[in-house]
Design a protein around this ligand. Structure first.
Ligand code: SF4
Length: 325
């Protein structure tokens, strides 16, 4: 017996990296045990920037292939593309009618987006949280996994639901926040979050050789200038990754670093080996799945077919409650 229904969406960003895996995908996989999961590639959300739209299809394919190889199960979870179930756009419009403008313009995320793309402050940027509320409520999700920093976004959805239900009577489910630990995964540069656009990432599908090349460029403890200098693992990103991928050795590495018994080059080589070994089953599964070039599209088509009746039912309930003819 499942505990409820989870919804989560991710923009189509192509091949996934360690930050995506540690921050989201491993949670997606784990949640499948206890929840009925609805996982959505939010391609409409990706349009807010209007850049590189020609890559949306390829990025969707690569991301979903990585999801499947990492253990997201299309038999138990509904995995689909947002725009393949167009009812979400209709619900978005309806929910926008109960959303005060002031709520949207005051959101720090909107202000940040205006700062980042001052030449393209489109309606989609402003209405983005309403589309998110439509995503979640359309599929009757009662649980949404979020990190602490994203909790205010979900609170916004809950406010829209309360407002709608107050106007028209109980209709939409107010989703509960499932606070989930999302480690902040820093990039190879140690300064920024891991991100493809900053080219400070390690893709899950990289070969062992490329993993080693990338790991060797990682920034370590900046105060450790000579091999004989004691290191400070607590400020070293290589050490943080050992925590994820070298659990058995992490205590030894910590003491060897502090006493300068190990140099950074050897420490990185050991991380690269452990990382490549951890990702080997993923790489093998990805290669197997990629042999069938229709597989990802078949999974997404099946997901849309299963998501549509849920969406249609919600939309009909909403329209009846409002009194639309
Ligand atoms: Fe980081 Fe390892 Fe160098 Fe210590 S020895 S500073 S943990 S890379």
């Amino acid at each position: 017996m499942k505990r409820g229904r989870v919804f989560s969406g991710a923009r189509p960003t192509g091949r996934q990296h360690l930050g995506n895996y540690l921050g989201a995908i491993q949670n997606y996989v784990a949640l499948q045990e206890d929840y009925e999961c609805v996982y959505c590639v939010v391609d409409l959300h990706a349009l807010t920037t209007l850049t590189e739209t020609e890559k949306l299809k390829g990025n969707t394919y690569e991301m979903v292939l990585d999801w499947l190889a990492a253990g997201m199960d299309p038999e138990t979870s509904i995995i689909f593309v947002q725009s393949h179930v167009p009812q979400v756009t209709e619900l978005h419009i309806i929910l926008s009618m109960v959303t005060p403008m002031g709520w949207l313009t005051r959101l720090p995320t909107f202000k940040e987006k205006v700062r980042l793309q001052p030449d393209n402050v489109n309606y989609g940027l402003l209405g983005y949280p309403v589309l998110m509320a439509a995503d979640i409520t359309l599929y009757k999700a009662d649980t949404v996994p979020v990190g602490e920093d994203q909790a205010p976004h979900l609170e916004f959805t809950r406010e829209i639901v309360r407002r709608f239900n107050h106007h028209f009577g109980p209709t939409l489910i107010e989703p509960q926040i499932k606070l989930t630990h999302y480690p902040r995964v820093m990039g190879l540069d140690r300064v920024n979050k891991m991100s493809k656009s900053l080219n400070n990432h390690i893709e899950l599908a990289f070969s062992p050789e490329v993993i080693e090349q990338r790991v060797m460029t990682m920034v370590t403890d900046p105060q450790r200038r000579y091999r004989s200098d004691p290191g400070r693992p607590e400020v070293c990103n290589v050490f943080a990754f050992h925590g994820f991928f070298s659990a058995q050795q992490v205590e030894d590495i910590e003491s060897q670093c502090r006493s300068a018994e190990i140099g950074c080059v050897d420490c990185k080589r050991s991380l690269a080996r452990n990382l490549a070994a951890s990702l080997a089953p993923f790489r093998q599964r990805r290669a197997e799945l990629a042999r069938d070039e229709n597989l990802v599209w078949d999974v997404l088509s099946d997901g849309a077919n299963r998501a549509t009746p849920i969406a249609q039912e919600t939309l009909e309930e909403v329209k009846i409650k409002i009194g639309l003819p």
